[in-house]
Design a binder for this molecule. Structure first.
Ligand SMILES: NC(=O)c1ccc[n+]([C@@H]2O[C@H](COP(=O)([O-])OP(=O)(O)OC[C@H]3O[C@@H](n4cnc5c(N)ncnc54)[C@H](O)[C@@H]3O)[C@@H](O)[C@H]2O)c1
Length: 346
């Protein structure tokens, strides 16, 4: 196919390196902010948020450690209300995609800038895409306000990330890179980023799952996840659409991506020779779908859709919803074909 593309990478400041969290107050001030609300998930996230509040001192308007994965509507509304109540002029998101997702919902509703401090590999911090859920429906929007102005990546914060969260959020990011290689909107830059991310993850993700204290591998995974988040911004196709429909049914986000990725890859790669070649190179294999399946099988996370609680009788619904989207790149997928992918992943 003749090369044709639009490259529109939004600008974002990125501060990366061991110990960079110490620059939080300086980075907040750099954006002209003096009263930021720190958002996080409960539990470990709340401890991260307390650390941030300490570093921010008088520029912290409050801590709101009530983020929940997929950002249910009530959770978004509570965060928006807390930002208004505390008079916040910005949001600091400390944690994974759940915390960053809540910050995005607040930013969109209240027009507040975000400083993101990601501690997982899902890559949300580098995209202007925001998801919330309303009952069984997942609503995804793309809004420039949702893109954090600054990202602070401090690999030290990820040393305690449990193997299962490292594995699942890493495979979620890998899914952004793999799909980025076959979407119609791919560009030379997005493909280069996806390829570099795959090279980094292929080596470093198994290492951090085996040994969470491997500092070099932690840094490599975090930089790979940044690249994956940027790649996600270019566009999505069957893989993310399927994950979206499954997410609406309450399936766990990162685990669902991890499970379906080898199956969607097997289906799509025949029609995506450039993606096939890049994945063969970076995964050092001649069967990338198999290699992704092997990577999944070595990780301590669910391996099949039945293990994450998908009722078998929902497969027809998911296949019908995904088929309605009329995806054509890198190939079209009929309802019957999508059902086949889901059966294999089940
Ligand atoms: N919009 C986007 O571009 C985008 C991209 C990917 C994912 N997402 C969203 O992100 C969410 C999933 O995010 P996720 O996979 O990053 O997981 P998460 O944010 O749900 O975190 C998973 C768990 O890990 C814990 N945790 C986080 N960092 C930790 C650390 N350093 N040490 C110990 N525990 C830690 C959290 O408290 C939580 O319990 C979903 O809502 C998904 O929709 C959005």
């Amino acid at each position: 196919m003749m090369l044709k593309f639009v490259q529109d990478t939004p600008s974002q400041r990125v501060v990366f390196g061991s110990g960079s969290l110490a620059r939080l107050a300086e980075e907040v001030a750099r954006l002209g902010l003096s009263r930021v609300l720190v958002v996080a998930t409960p539990g470990h996230g709340a401890r991260l948020a307390a650390l941030a509040a300490d570093l921010l001192g008088s520029s912290c308007a409050g801590v709101h450690a009530q983020a929940v994965v997929h950002v249910p509507r009530a959770v978004a509304e509570a965060g928006i209300a807390e930002a208004a109540r505390t008079g916040a002029d910005g949001v600091v998101a400390m944690g994974g995609g759940a915390a960053i997702g809540l910050a995005k919902a607040i930013a969109i509703a209240s027009n507040l800038p975000i400083v993101a401090v990601p501690t997982t590999y899902s890559g949300s911090e580098a995209s202007p895409i925001a998801g919330t859920t309303d009952g069984e429906r997942k609503i995804t929007v793309r809004d420039p306000k949702a893109l954090p102005k600054t990202i602070i990546y401090d690999p030290d914060l990820t040393l305690g990330l449990p193997p299962a969260v490292s594995a699942a959020s890493g495979l979620n990011a890998i899914a952004h890179a793999v799909e980025g290689l076959w979407i119609a909107e791919r560009t030379p830059i997005s493909c280069a980023m996806a390829t570099e991310a795959m090279r980094l993850f292929a080596d470093a993700l198994p290492k951090v799952v085996a040994d969470g204290n491997d500092r070099d591998a932690r840094a490599a995974c975090l930089s790979a996840s940044w690249l994956c988040g940027i790649v996600l911004t270019s566009g999505t196709a069957l893989h993310h659409k399927l994950a979206h429909v499954l997410g609406g049914l309450g399936m766990p986000h990162a685990e669902t991506h991890s499970i379906i990725l080898p199956h969607v890859t097997r289906f799509n790669l025949d029609a995506a020779p450039d993606a096939h070649e890049r994945l063969c190179d970076t995964l050092e294999t001649n069967d990338p779908a198999h290699a992704l399946g092997v990577m999944l099988s070595l990780f301590p996370i669910p391996q099949a859709l039945r293990e994450v609680g998908l009722p078998r009788d929902k497969i027809d619904f998911v296949a019908a919803e995904a088929a309605k989207l009329n995806i054509t790149a890198p190939r079209s997928a009929s309802e019957v074909e999508i059902r086949g992918i889901l059966e294999a992943a089940y």
